[in-house]
Design a protein around this ligand. Structure first.
Ligand SMILES: *Cc1c(COP(=O)(O)O)cnc(C)c1O
Length: 473
């Protein structure tokens, strides 16, 4: 054991040296991995080793075989999807988490893990302006949080009868979200047993936000036709274009028809730490549940999703399970977070959130976000100044949706041209961005959210996009 630990110490120091160099040189790697399908797979032996191999040998293969197949999310020229940004305090906490190897299912399985989670979730409430009366719990992802919300809404609606007896008296339950809402909602509706044809997609306005009157019409139409409206999901920051659904008007409809309101702010929820974005959650006291991902734009390594509910009683009643082997003396005095969601076992994620919030400080986090937003606005201004480019959605946060639109091309030609620009730029390895479709238009999507991104990175990226576009016209 002691000898093993000395080997571990040596390996660990070597890894740290490598990690520091990796992070220092991360911009030298092609941002998007340039490998072909199965290239990595075919380099790996078809059979596992019979006897153990030294860490040094495995590490060499990691560098030689694995690294070329990595897309470098922590490269500041990563502008794809949404960021999964990380930070030094978060990585350090992840190291401690893995050393402790804690299973945070119940209070007794590590009281500090549970109590730190309760504390940092309360900090997040204060930081984001969520109501003090909400209760928070960390889930792995927003997909899981939204699934928990939809199942809880279903149970509250059926007075917990679906949990006990199945669906026999509860057919045609309906869920509503906008046409721009995230695919995790459809997945959750399927898993919750409601049937994806019972997910009603509501039309959006010219800013890609849900039209409340369309929501109310759909609910009324459903009631007339014998359907049972249960739950509405409002998006604060859609994935395609970061559109913000009008929460206050949606809450009014949910109150009127007694519908569960879940708020999916997976990405843009982080912006609530800036007072200038609190307009988004006007009316939030009326919502039943809310999710945002510190693992996207709050410098906390994937995975860490912050889920808040108005009434923790409904959540716990939906998921609680108490077999004999899980009973403990403290059950009625403490939070047992395994009853607040789907998995039993839970990582000690609160630790990295704690390290991040303390090491940055609220002001430090605010500065970072404001810096990203201001870079996005500067670059959007440059794009607007070039008459051959077109901005396709409001730049509300740090995401720019745009396309190249030289004169004399049909819509179809423009779609093909912009797709070509995207692939051509990404194949240089100098930056990585992705696309979406807005109103049928192939849309380039530039996200400025990597922890260490600067104006200078974006100046270069914009130049590369611009030159590539003009060379392909
Ligand atoms: C990213 C995203 C999700 C899914 O997040 P996961 O944590 O990966 O499940 C859900 N909703 C929105 C709006 C998102 O942007």
């Amino acid at each position: 054991m002691k000898e093993n630990l000395e080997v571990f110490r040596k390996n660990a120091y070597e890894f740290i040296d490598w990690i520091v160099e990796y992070l220092r040189d991360v911009e030298k790697y092609p941002v998007k991995s340039q490998v072909k399908p199965k290239e990595i797979y075919n380099k790996l032996p078809s059979r596992p080793p019979d006897t153990g191999e030294a860490i040094e040998v495995i590490f060499e293969d990691f560098k030689k075989i694995i690294l070329p197949g990595i897309t470098h999310w922590q490269n500041p020229n990563f502008h794809a999807y949404f960021p999964a940004n990380s930070s030094n305090p978060s990585m350090l906490a992840e190291m401690l988490m893995s050393a402790l190897g804690v299973q945070n299912m119940k209070w007794e399985t590590s009281p500090a893990a549970t109590e730190l989670e309760e504390r940092v979730m309360n900090w997040l409430k204060e930081m984001t302006g969520l109501p003090e009366s909400f209760s928070g719990v960390i889930q792995d992802t927003a997909s899981t949080s939204t699934l928990a919300a939809i199942i809880t809404a279903r149970e509250k609606y059926s007075d917990f009868k679906i949990n006990s007896d199945g669906f026999k008296d509860f057919e045609n339950l309906r869920v509503y979200c906008s046409t721009e809402a995230h695919s995790s909602i459809e997945k959750a509706v399927k898993i919750a047993g409601l049937g994806k044809n019972n997910l009603v997609k509501i039309k959006v306005d010219e800013k890609f936000a849900m039209i409340p009157s369309e929501l109310e019409n759909a609910v009324n139409r459903d009631i007339e036709n014998g359907f049972k409206p249960v739950c509405v999901i409002a998006a604060l920051g859609t994935t395609g274009s970061t559109a913000v659904d009008p929460l206050e008007e949606i809450t009014a409809i949910c109150s009127k028809y007694k519908l569960w309101l879940h708020v999916d702010a997976a990405y843009a929820g982080s912006a609530l730490i800036l007072p200038e974005y609190r307009w988004m959650i006007k009316g939030i006291e009326q919502a039943d549940s809310f999710v945002f991902n510190p693992h996207k734009w709050l410098f906390t390594n994937f995975d860490c999703s912050a889920y808040f509910v108005k009434d923790k009683g409904n959540l716990i009643r939906t998921f609680e399970i108490l077999p004999e082997y899980l009973k403990t003396l403290s059950d009625n005095k403490v939070n047992n977070y395994c009853d607040w969601g789907i998995p039993l076992g839970r990582r000690f994620r609160a630790l990295k959130l704690w390290f991040v919030i303390r090491n940055f400080g609220v002001k430090g986090l605010q500065e970072k976000l404001r810096c990203h937003i201001s870079i996005a606005n500067n670059i959007a201004d440059k794009i607007k100044c070039d008459k051959e480019f077109e901005i396709l959605a409001p730049v509300t946060f740090n995401v720019i949706c745009f396309r190249y639109k030289p004169d004399g091309k049909t819509e179809e030609e423009l779609n093909m041209l912009n797709e070509k620009i995207l692939h051509s730029v990404n194949s240089t390895g100098k930056m990585y961005f992705t696309h979406t479709k807005l109103n049928g238009k192939y849309t380039l999507r530039l996200v400025i959210g990597q922890t260490n991104v600067t104006q200078n990175h974006l100046e270069k990226s914009w130049k590369l996009i611009n030159e590539t576009a003009k060379s392909l016209k």
